[in-house]
Design a binder for this molecule. Structure first.
Ligand code: NAD
Ligand code: UFG
Length: 335
C-alpha cells in the first residue's frame, strides 16, 4: 500500500516510517517541519536503504494537500501532524485549535474528495483526564484538562461524526500512553527543541551533561514511592501498533478506539534507577513541587489492542532506557 504519513518527520512518525517500509509499504511524508527536520527522514532512508518521498506542506493548506492526493495513489493516511506542548496550548489555544482540529478537518475533506477513507489518528491517554480507576479501559469517561487534550478529544468526536455520516470511513483512534526510547540503530530518536517538557529526554540530557539535574515533580502522590506513575512504551512498539491498526481498518468498518500502552506503570524514581543501571551514569535529582495539571498514576489496560489488533508491546523499561541512551550518546546535539 501507499501510505500518506502526515507529521512523518517527527518522533513517532519517523519510527513508524521505518516499520512501514520494512513491511513493504510505500510512504509519502507530508510535514511542515515546525517541530522537526528533513534530516530525520534522511536517517530513515539510511536505516531502510530506500528513498522516501518528502513533501513540505501544512495540513491547514488545502491546495497543498489536494496536490498530494492528485499526484499520488494514496491508500490510507496515518495522521501524526499536530502540536503537542501542553503549556504552549494553554498560552496559545487558538493556534492549537487551528493547527490540530481545523488541520484535521481539512485533511479529512481532502481525503473524502480523493475517495480515501482509511485513517489512523494519533490520540492520547490525556483524553482520560484524571482516571477514577486503573488500569484505564477504553470505555472510561473522557475529559481533558488543557487545550491540547481538548484538541484530541474534539478530533476524536469529529472523526466519529464523520464515520456516522459516511460509513465507508474506517478509522483507528490510537490513544498513546508515554512513548520513549529510540530505534535500536541510534539513527533516529526524540529531538526536543529547547528544554524538554517530558521526563525521559530530560533524563538523557542530564546523563549526557547537557543539564545539571532533574527536578522530580512531586514526592507526595498516592503512589508506592510518592512520585508519578506512567505507562512508558517503547517507540518502536508504538510504531508497530500503527501497522497492526492499518491492517485492521482495511477489513473492518467503523471507528476503532484503542489504547497503546504496556499495562505496566513505573514511577519517576523507578525510571531514574533503571536508567542509572542501564547507562552506568548517575542522575542527580531533587524532589520539587508537583507540576500543575499532573496526575498521580496513569496506565493502560492493553487487552483491547491484543484482541482487536493482535498487538502487544514487547519491550521492557530496560530496553527503552538502553535505546534512548544509545540515541542520546550517538547524537548529543540531536540531528
Ligand atoms: P512531533 O512533534 O515529533 O511530530 C509531529 C510532526 O508534525 C512534526 O514533524 C511537525 O513538524 C509536524 N506538524 C505539526 N503541525 C503540522 C502541520 N500543521 N502541518 C504539517 N506538519 C505538521 O510529535 P510526536 O511525539 O511524534 O507526536 C506525533 C503525534 O502523536 C502528535 O499528534 C501528538 O499529539 C501525538 N501524541 C504524542 C505523544 C508523545 O508523548 N510523544 C503522546 C500522545 C499523543
Ligand atoms: N516529570 C518529572 N520531571 C520532569 C518531567 C516529568 O518529574 O522534568 C514527571 C511528571 O510529573 C510525571 C512523569 O514524570 O509524573 C511523566 O511526565 P511526562 O511529562 O514525561 O509525561 P506526561 O504523562 O505528563 O504527559 C505525556 C505527554 C502528554 C500526553 C501524555 C499521555 O506529554 O502530551 O503523556 O500520552 F498526553
Amino acid at each position: 500500500m501507499t501510505i500518506l504519513v502526515t507529521g512523518g518527520a517527527g518522533y513517532i512518525g519517523t519510527h513508524t516510517l521505518v516499520e512501514l517500509m520494512q513491511a513493504g509499504h510505500q510512504v509519502v511524508v507530508f510535514d511542515n517541519f515546525c517541530n522537526s527536520t528533513p534530516a530525520a527522514v534522511l536517517r530513515v532512508e539510511q536505516i531502510c536503504a530506500r528513498k522516501v518521498k518528502i513533501i513540505q506542506g501544512d495540513i491547514c493548506d488545502r491546495q497543498a494537500l489536494t496536490q498530494v492526493f492528485t499526484s499520488h495513489q494514496i491508500d490510507a493516511v496515518i495522521h501524526f501532524a499536530g502540536l503537542k506542548a501542553v503549556g504552549e496550548s494553554v498560552a496559545k489555544p487558538l493556534l492549537y485549535y487551528r493547527n490540530n482540529v481545523s488541520g484535521t478537518a481539512t485533511l479529512c475533506e481532502v481525503m473524502a474528495e480523493a475517495g480515501v477513507t482509511r485513517l489512523v489518528f494519533s490520540s492520547s491517554a490525556t483524553v482520560y483526564g484524571d482516571p477514577q480507576h486503573l488500569p484505564i479501559v477504553e470505555d472510561f469517561a473522557t475529559c481533558a484538562t488543557n487545550p491540547y487534550g481538548r484538541t484530541k478529544l474534539f478530533i476524536e468526536e469529529m472523526l466519529r461524526d464523520l464515520q456516522r455520516s459516511d460509513t465507508s470511513w474506517r478509522i483507528a483512534l490510537l490513544r498513546y500512553f508515554n512513548p520513549i526510547g529510540a530505534h535500536p540503530s541510534g539513527l533516529i530518536g526524540e529531538n526536543p527543541a529547547g528544554i524538554p517538557n517530558n521526563l525521559f529526554p530530560f533524563i538523557t540530557q542530564v546523563a549526557i551533561g547537557k543539564r545539571e539535574s532533574l527536578s522530580v515533580f512531586g514526592g507526595d502522590y498516592q503512589t508506592p514511592d510518592g512520585t508519578g506513575v506512567r505507562d512508558y512504551i517503547h517507540v518502536v512498539d508504538l510504531a508497530l501498533g500503527h501497522l497492526c491498526a492499518l491492517e485492521r481498518i482495511m477489513d473492518k468498518e467503523g471507528v476503532l478506539t484503542v489504547n497503546l500502552g504496556t499495562g505496566q506503570g513505573y514511577s519517576v524514581l523507578e525510571m531514574i534507577n533503571t536508567f542509572e543501571q542501564v547507562s552506568g551514569r548517575t542522575i542527580p535529582y531533587q524532589i520539587v513541587d508537583r507540576r500543575p495539571g499532573d496526575i498521580a498514576s496513569c496506565y493502560a489496560d492493553p487487552s483491547l489492542a491484543r484482541h482487536e489488533l493482535g498487538w502487544v508491546a514487547e519491550c521492557g523499561l530496560k530496553e527503552m532506557c538502553r535505546d534512548g541512551w544509545n540515541w542520546q550518546q550517538q547524537n548529543p546535539t540531536g540531528y
